[in-house]
Design a protein around this ligand. Structure first.
Ligand code: SF4
Length: 370
C-alpha cells in the first residue's frame, strides 16, 4: 500500500484523503524514511538544492490575547516583555541582510500600542524595505482591513497568520476568546490585495490526523504560498499541555506530506522548536526554508523557544551551514528568492485549481462530523 501511494506521489498523480491519512499515520522508521525520501525528490524537482533563509525580528512581545499555548499570553506574568524602537529594528534587519538573509519577518504579539498607532507599523515596514531591499513578512496577528491596505501600499510582501488548527472546537481551546472566522477572513482579504499568505499548524495539542488532512484542504482553498507546521513546546505559565506521544514525528510527517501535496510552495524548517539540533530532520523531511534565524546579542527573543540557541549564535546563517551541507543543500541567492516571490505574486489572479495540489478533495470535514 505504501509503495503504491508513494509511486503515485512520485508520478504527481492525485491522491485521496484516505491515502493522505495513511501517510500521516505511519510510525515505522523504514516506512517514514520512504515518505521523506519521496518528499525530498519532489523538493529537488521544484527547488533543486537551494534553501531560502528568513531572519526573524520579534519586535514586541506585548500581546492583548491569552492564547492557552503561548508564553507571551497577556496573563503570563513571567513572560519576557519588550518593545523595540524602529531604529533598532532597522539596524537589526540591515545586519541580517549583510549576513545573507532572504526575507525579514517582522513579528509582534497583538500589541495594543502598535494597534493604536498603525502609522508606526507603516514607518517600520517602509524603513526596513528601504534599508534592505528585501521582501518583508508581517506577523502582526489579526489586523484591520485598513491596516492590510496600508501594509499593501507600504510594500509588505507576506502576511503570516496561523490558524494553528482548522478544527473549530480545538481552535476555541487554543486561541481563547478569538474568532476563527475573523482570522480566516483577514488572510483572504490580504491575499486579494496581492499579499502572499503563510498559513500554519500546531501539532501535539490534541489534533487528529483527520484534522490535519482537513487543514490541507483549507490551505488549498486559501491559496497559501507558504505553509508551516510546528510542534507545540510546553510553556511555563501557559495552560496547554502536550497531548502527543510521538514527539515531533507528526511535525516531520506533516512537512513531508505537505511537500508531496503542495510541491511548489514554501515549507519552513523552524529553528524555533528545538534550535539547531532539529534542523537536519526537518530539512530531510522536505522543508525548503530555514526560519527563525535570529542575530545574537541584540536582545531579540524567539516564540516557541524564547532563548534556545540564540545567544550562542547557532540560529545564524553561519550556524546552520554545516547542517545544510550535511543534507546536500545550499543557501539560495537572494535573487532566486526575489524571483520566486515575484512569480508567485504574478500567479495571484490565477484560479487556485491551477496551482499544484495533489489531493482529490472528498470532504474530510463532513466525514469527521458524521
Ligand atoms: S500566540 Fe500570538 S496572539 Fe496568541 S497570546 Fe501569543 S503572541 Fe498573543
Amino acid at each position: 500500500m505504501l509503495d503504491y501511494i508513494l509511486n503515485k506521489c512520485l508520478q504527481e498523480d492525485i491522491i485521496s484523503d484516505d491515502e493522505i491519512i495513511y501517510l500521516l499515520n505511519q510510525r515505522e522508521k523504514g516506512k517514514v524514511e520512504k515518505i521523506f525520501s519521496v518528499a525530498r525528490k519532489i523538493r529537488e524537482k521544484y527547488f533543486g538544492s537551494k534553501i531560502f533563509l528568513y531572519g526573524f525580528v520579534y519586535f514586541s512581545t506585548y500581546c492583548k490575547n491569552d492564547c492557552n499555548f503561548c508564553f507571551y499570553r497577556k496573563s503570563n506574568s513571567i513572560s519576557v516583555r519588550y518593545r523595540k524602537k524602529i531604529d533598532e529594528i532597522v539596524e537589526t534587519a540591515r545586519q541580517l541582510k549583510e549576513d545573507g538573509i532572504h526575507l525579514i519577518d517582522l513579528t509582534m504579539g497583538e500589541d495594543k500600542y502598535f494597534i493604536d498607532h498603525p502609522e508606526y507599523l507603516v514607518e517600520m515596514v517602509k524603513a526596513v524595505k528601504s534599508a534592505t531591499d528585501l521582501p518583508v513578512m508581517i506577523s502582526f496577528g489579526v489586523i484591520t482591513k485598513e491596516l492590510v491596505d496600508m501594509m499593501a501600499d507600504s510594500g509588505a510582501d507576506w502576511y503570516a497568520l496561523y490558524q494553528e488548527t482548522h478544527n473549530k472546537e480545538l481552535f476555541k481551546k487554543l486561541r481563547k476568546d478569538q474568532s476563527y472566522d475573523e482570522r480566516m477572513e483577514i488572510k483572504k482579504y490580504a491575499k486579494s490585495k496581492g499579499i502572499l499568505i503563510e498559513e500554519g499548524l500546531l501539532t501535539g495539542v490534541g489534533n487528529k490526523v483527520e484534522d490535519t488532512a482537513h487543514s490541507f484542504e483549507v490551505m488549498k482553498s486559501l491559496g497559501a504560498s507558504q505553509i508551516r507546521t510546528m510542534t507545540f513546546v510546553p510553556q511555563e505559565g501557559a495552560p496547554t499541555k502536550e497531548q502527543n506521544e510521538t514527539g515531533y514525528l507528526s511535525e516531520l510527517l506533516n512537512i513531508a506530506v505537505m511537500r508531496i501535496l503542495f510541491p511548489n510552495v514554501l515549507i519552513p524548517a523552524s529553528l524555533d522548536v528545538d534550535g539547531l539540533r532539529g534542523l537536519e530532520e526537518r530539512l530531510m523531511a522536505g522543508a525548503n526554508v530555514v526560519t527563525s534565524i535570529i542575530p545574537p546579542h541584540k536582545g531579540f527573543a524567539g516564540v516557541a523557544n524564547s532563548e534556545t540557541d540564540i545567544e550562542e549564535g547557532y540560529r545564524t546563517i553561519e550556524g546552520i551551514q554545516e547542517t545544510l551541507k550535511k543534507c546536500g543543500l545550499k543557501q539560495a541567492d537572494v535573487e532566486d528568492y526575489k524571483a520566486w516571490v515575484n512569480s508567485r505574486k504574478e500567479m495571484g489572479n490565477i484560479k487556485i485549481e491551477n496551482i499544484n495540489y495533489r489531493c482529490k478533495t472528498t470532504g474530510i470535514r463532513s466525514r469527521l462530523s458524521s
